[in-house]
Design a protein around this ligand. Structure first.
Ligand code: PHE
Length: 369
């Protein structure tokens, strides 16, 4: 009898044998359970459940089996692979959970830890007060005008009716640029912006001009060679002192509190006629400290009023110098120092604090806009 065809290759028989399959499964389960990380598990998966794993190779051999043996071997391999895959799956779940746990612990944030804060600056109160004043007047329909800090003498003095022999023109008050005859000065007030505005705009004019001004003063607790003013100028038909007073009162109450008014005291400025000093009603005691030794007020020194600035009706000579007909138009102007305003507003006693740029000073005013 001729030898029958071999039913299958002995090698294949051995790969599919229950023992060898059990060994492959045992090795896979052992490799999965000893994998300590997801990376190690991935390695183990490629070795024991990948395309080239013992079980995958054994599976391929099924095709070569006689039909009768196929079902049996297929079932065995199927069960073995099911077992291996289930073990792989459950180890994956375990290791992922462990990894998540570790990550969460690693990324935990202690919100109570004290950390070094980067230090913030503060906006200078002179900047914020200028913006605040601009807001008040823009709401009234004014616009903000600007002029140069290095100014022609003519704008700073002559056009404002300040005669050549006026004390303000001597070297004592004025910084001249170059020599005394250069015709250029550092502006000593914001009033030249009135002239520049009237020369470039037709009435009606409603402007304010906040800005830096310069005088030859020594820096001390109450003086600074560089300080700030805000100027207002209105030129229109039928403008009277009542408009000036009403505007000042509105300004005072928006800056210092509801009901705070101003008082005008006769004075002199070459560019206004009539002229007056503007006093602010004391916003702290509202006058209650006057003649009341039991309740003195440091802000107004118990006077009930605080000197605030100067004002008046625009001198017709100034209107003429700017080509505006004083028979048709009239106007008012006022100006006040911003450092002074801040000093009594915030109880600042030393002007130098405002120019030194120490962040400990500005920070106290916060970041208010
Ligand atoms: N320019 C004047 C000063 O610096 C203030 C002022 C402005 C007075 C406007 C009257 C009108 O002292």
């Amino acid at each position: 009898m001729s030898a029958p065809n071999k039913p299958f290759d002995p090698k294949e028989v051995s790969a599919l044998s229950p023992e060898n399959i059990a060994i492959a499964v045992a090795e896979a389960l052992e490799a999965f359970s000893s994998a300590a990380t997801l990376d190690e598990l991935k390695e183990a998966r490629l070795t024991h459940a990948g395309d080239r794993s013992a079980l995958a190779l054994a599976n391929r051999e099924i095709a070569a089996l006689p039909p009768a043996a196929k079902a049996e071997a297929g079932k065995r391999i199927g069960q073995a692979r099911g077992e291996v895959n289930a073990a792989l799956e459950s180890r994956t779940v375990e290791l992922e959970a462990a990894r998540d746990h570790e990550l969460l612990a690693l990324e935990a944030v202690d919100v109570t830890t004290v950390v070094a804060q980067p230090s913030h600056g503060g906006r200078h109160p002179l900047t914020t007060i200028q913006e605040h004043i601009a807001d008040v007047f823009i709401a009234l329909g004014y616009s903000v005008a600007e002029g140069p800090e290095v100014e022609a003498e003519w704008f700073n003095f002559d056009a404002l009716n300040i005669a050549a022999d006026h004390p303000a023109r001597t070297m004592q008050d004025t910084f001249f640029v170059g020599n005394e005859n250069s015709g250029l000065v550092l502006r000593t007030h914001t009033s030249p912006v009135q002239i520049r505005t009237m020369l470039t705009q037709e009435p009606p004019i409603y402007v304010i001009c906040p800005g830096r001004v310069f005088r030859t003063d020594e820096l001390d607790a109450t003086h600074s060679p560089v300080f700030h003013q805000v100027e207002a100028l209105v030129v229109d038909k039928g403008i009277t002192m009542a408009d000036l007073k009403g505007t000042l009162d509105h300004f005072a109450s928006t800056m210092f509190g509801e009901g705070i008014v101003t008082r005008l005291r006769p004075s002199f400025f070459p560019f206004t006629e009539p002229s007056a000093e503007v006093d602010l009603q004391c916003f702290l005691c509202r006058g209650a400290s006057v003649d009341n030794p039991d309740a003195p007020c440091r802000t107004c020194r118990s006077e009930g009023w605080i000197e605030w600035g100067g004002c008046g009706m625009v001198n017709p000579k100034v209107l003429v110098a700017c080509g505006i007909d004083p028979d048709v138009y009239s106007g008012f102007a006022f100006g006040m120092g911003l450092e002074r305003t801040l000093m009594f507003r915030h109880g600042i006693t030393d002007m130098r604090d405002m120019v030194e740029g120490d962040v400990r000073f500005t920070r106290a005013f916060g970041l208010g806009v």
